[in-house]
Design a protein around this ligand. Structure first.
Ligand SMILES: *Cc1c(COP(=O)(O)O)cnc(C)c1O
Length: 449
């Protein structure tokens, strides 16, 4: 506590907190010494405590530059938000707002009214409900509509999506019984029909968001499921995942099913995320038949899964450009998808110029990622670092990658074998200078040993 550096901290942090941090640090060092590691110097101990104190009070999660070329990177926070969404989120959350309050009558309202009409307009649905995320939306739907009943799913769609969202487990949580039909690669409408029993409540389609089955495959279309649903008086539920509202094939990507298609094909309810291809904040969007959405709204789980005012405002502001036909310009995810190749080439060359012969500009692919378009890639131009280094310097790419991650702001690239790849597609152009500075500093650090 008497060390100068710790005294410096006493202006900012309470005495007891610093004592705690020092004790924790000493505890950790003792354990490390007991394992045979050398004893740190007093200076090193003090610096560790100083760093711990600074880290404790720093912003976190903090911004990183995503140069991986994966547009929807779940570990890097999925969709970056539009200026309009950010402004709306600040406006709604800085003070009070009319979240659940009708200004004309002065009586209590419902938070869903801020968004329902807009979602209906965009998707053609009768009704809509927004919840915390898509996983909770699906759980709510299955619980409210299929508890203690059976839900039929193709074996090829009883899948896991990202960390922790596994259809069989979500189904078990909801109390619905999963009935798998067909095989991993081939499922027919007949397979579904044969599994229908008096206990069947719904037929579920799950979009294969993060994988693709190729070769000899056959799956049942949503239209076929709707046909069966009508014939046997069963619900048809569609877990779309990405929340896509635009035609991805216009950009050379695989077709991603949209919410509008799901509604026009006759799905009773469709479930989507807010922060995938929709390009908004984390949210779960449920659109479909009014009597079913009403049932979900009244269910106790809806309260447990409800969305907050900040994201509700952000989601609405994200949807407005779709309504006005401005999504490609206003929504960062779509701006990235729509950026032409020559723009990527120009920027990749600018980045590579900072590195001399250590870097080359090569052809590559950007990925949409994040639980949408598993096979969907966009041609891009990449900065490749370490492609031409000699054998004995094989780890250059790893060293540069690590050093880039430790810059301020950190730059995250993609390692492919012994080459580090950086893709300008997922970096806003106004961050080019920051990337160039990080590259210079990372490489200088490595070259000086
Ligand atoms: C991403 C995804 C989910 C989970 O959505 P979250 O918003 O991450 O909860 C569920 N189903 C499908 C098909 C998905 O793609």
């Amino acid at each position: 506590m008497a060390e100068d550096r710790v005294r410096e901290l006493q202006d900012t942090y309470p005495h007891d907190l610093l004592v705690d941090l020092i004790r924790q640090q000493l505890e950790q060092e003792r354990a490390s010494i007991a394992l045979g590691n050398p004893c740190p110097s007093l200076h090193e101990l003090v610096e560790s405590v100083y760093a711990q104190a600074q880290a404790l009070a720093s912003a976190s999660p903090s911004p990183v530059i995503n140069a991986t070329g994966v547009i929807l990177h779940t570990n890097l926070g999925r969709a970056p938000l539009s200026e309009e969404a950010l402004a709306a989120m600040e406006l709604a959350s800085k003070g009070y707002c009319d979240l659940e309050f009708e200004l004309d009558t002065g009586i209590r309202g419902h938070r869903n009214i801020h968004i329902e009409r807009m979602l209906c307009q965009l998707t053609g649905a009768e009704a809509a409900l927004v919840v915390n995320n898509n996983a909770s939306g699906v759980l709510l739907g299955l619980t409210a509509l299929a508890k203690r009943k059976e839900v039929i799913v193709s074996r090829g769609q009883a899948v896991a999506i990202g960390g922790g969202f596994r259809i069989p487990e979500v189904m078990r949580q909801s109390g619905a019984k999963l009935v798998e039909v067909g095989t991993t690669n081939v499922t027919s409408a007949q397979d579904f029909e044969q599994a229908i029993s008096p206990r069947t409540a719904a037929l579920l389609r799950v979009h294969s968001s993060n994988f693709r089955i190729v070769g000899f495959t056959e799956s049942v279309t949503l239209e076929e499921l709707v046909g069966l649903g009508n014939r046997y008086d069963l619900l048809v539920l569609d877990d779309l995942g990405s929340g896509c509202l635009l035609d991805t094939t216009l950009f050379g990507l695989d077709p991603e099913p949209t919410m509008q298609q799901s509604i026009s094909a006759g799905a009773d309810l469709a479930f989507s995320s807010g922060d995938k291809l929709l390009g908004g904040p984390q949210a779960g969007i449920i659109v479909g038949k009014k009597h079913l959405v009403d049932k979900l709204k009244r269910h106790p789980l809806a309260r447990a899964a409800r969305i907050d005012k900040t994201r509700l405002a952000g989601l609405r502001a994200t949807l407005i450009p779709y309504l006005k036909g401005e999504a490609l310009e206003k929504i960062p995810v779509w701006r990235m998808i729509a950026t032409p190749l020559d723009e990527m080439d120009r920027r990749a060359k600018k980045w590579a110029g900072a590195l001399g012969d250590l870097a080359q500009v090569i052809d590559g692919e950007s990925m949409v990622g994040g639980g949408s378009l598993p096979g969907g890639t966009l041609p891009t131009r990449l900065v490749a670092i370490g492609k031409q280094v000699k054998k004995r310097e094989r780890n250059t790419a790893q060293l540069v990658a690590q050093s880039l991650r430790l810059q301020a702001p950190p730059v995250v690239g993609r390692l492919s074998g012994n080459v580090l790849l950086l893709d300008p597609r997922t970096v806003p152009p106004q961050e080019d200078q920051a990337v160039i500075e990080a590259l210079r500093s990372a490489v200088a650090g490595i070259q000086s040993g």
